[in-house]
Design a protein around this ligand. Structure first.
Ligand code: ADP
Length: 403
């Protein structure tokens, strides 16, 4: 058995999973919340045990990781003998700028690079660094790997990642499109490519569009298994509308609304990131389950929010088909489309012209969150539902570099 600990640190939270990489199995997982705030809570769920939660003081991320290690090695509810069973730690890191297109073993230089990218990921990178430093202090000598959300987008050609702003915005301020959700897009693209190879398509010829539609949503286009475009940009705000983010809008709306309402830059940032998207349109919720319930009861704005979301995702699929010169597979992944057949239907209807021949009945009745195909066997374009697996991907990347 080879154990890898996967850490996803936020500013006041730290999600963890202990993974047995040989079996591809999660041994224990949980989350530390309210780190540095009163009433911090840690939750813990061992593979064969019940979920358990307790209030425990955690002033720093190092305190949090120490608590995690205590639980993992606890005589009663723990899953490992002692800390030395953990061979390596994989960290999810938001922003690697233009420096990292692959996962990397963490050393001083990497820490410095993550720090340099703080202006590009002001909320996440400092938190990611706290997670890494906390683990380094609690587990000295254990190899650590950083897996960047932005790495996948690094293969985009320049015409795809540049904005049509004065060139100095790029050279002086690093303003370009980076893309996010990279680990998820990479994993599901890889799975789709394997399926297409089995159908006789050469890897280098594969054209795959992946739709990661969850709390945050983005699409990616991959040729030969490499990203050639992706919908998020300098920040995760660009692209399709999301739970509370507006996605791409006419940029002139920003000064226009600032002028009319007196909002400042910070206000408008919150307006677009936290108050918009399907939540803003519906006035009901950012959660697609609530929107469906409200729409079913006749709430027109909730119905509109769902329609608008599907419309924009379908438009991206169309534009990526043009980018790729056709498409072999479209992948649906993450919370919304692993679960909601109506949204899949809303997105995929009208794509027959591309060669998508859906099995509409199976789309409605198929089991949730399982790896399957929802197009007919004869369909030219294959539509797959593939549950994403970011933590397992980070664990595999970590094992490949650290062991
Ligand atoms: P993240 O990992 O980014 O937090 P997820 O991929 O788990 O996000 O997606 C969460 C979102 O998925 C929820 O906000 C909700 O909109 C949607 N979702 C989850 N379950 C369902 C469901 N059964 N039906 C429709 N939408 C769902």
């Amino acid at each position: 058995m080879t154990y890898i600990l996967v850490i996803n640190a936020g500013s006041s939270s730290l999600k963890y999973q202990l993974i047995d990489i040989d079996e591809g199995h999660i041994i224990a997982k949980g989350i530390c919340e309210r780190i540095g705030i009163a009433k911090s809570i840690i939750s813990y769920k061992a593979d064969k045990g019940d979920k358990f939660e307790k209030e425990s003081p955690m002033k720093t991320h190092e305190d949090a990781i120490k608590l995690v290690l205590d639980l993992l090695t606890d005589k009663q509810i723990g899953v490992i003998e002692d800390m030395s069973c953990i061979e390596a730690v994989g960290h999810r890191v938001l922003h690697g700028g233009e420096k990292y297109s692959e996962p990397v073993l963490i050393d001083d230089q990497v820490l410095e690079a993550i720090e340099e990218c703080i202006p590009l990921g002001p909320l996440h990178n400092p938190a990611n660094l706290m997670g890494i430093r906390g683990c380094m202090a609690a587990m000295p000598g254990v190899p650590m790997v950083a897996v960047f959300d932005t790495a996948w987008g690094q293969t985009m050609p320049k015409e795809a990642y540049m904005y049509a702003l004065p060139y100095e915005a790029y050279t002086d301020h690093k303003v370009r499109r980076y893309g996010f959700h990279g680990t998820s897009h990479r994993y599901v693209t890889g799975q789709a490519v394997k399926k297409l190879e089995k159908l006789g398509i050469k890897k280098e010829d594969t054209r795959v569009i992946t739709c990661h539609l969850g709390n945050g949503s983005s699409l990616s286009a991959a040729k030969g298994g490499k990203c050639v475009d992706t919908s998020m940009g300098l920040t995760p705000l660009e692209g399709v509308p999301m739970g509370t983010r507006c996605g791409s809008i006419d940029p002139a709306i920003i000064p226009y609304l600032m002028g009319r309402t007196g909002m400042n830059a910070q206000d408008i940032d919150t307006y677009m990131n936290k108050k918009s998207g399907v939540y803003g349109v519906s006035g009901v919720s950012s959660d697609f389950r609530d929107l469906k319930a409200a729409a079913d009861q006749g709430n027109e704005r909730a119905a509109l929010a769902r329609k608008l979301f599907c419309y924009k995702v379908r438009q991206y699929i169309g534009s990526y088909a043009a980018t790729l010169g056709g498409v072999d597979a479209i992948v649906m992944t993450a919370g919304i489309v692993e679960n909601d057949p109506y949204i899949r239907e809303g997105i995929l209807q009208g794509l027959e012209f591309l060669g998508v021949d859906m099995d509409w009945e199976f789309n409605m009745t198929c089991p949730r969150a399982t790896d399957l195909e929802i197009t007919k066997p004869t369909s030219k374009v294959h539509v797959y539902v593939i549950p994403t697996d970011e933590e397992m991907t980070i664990a595999r990347d970590t094992a490949a570099l650290a062991l």
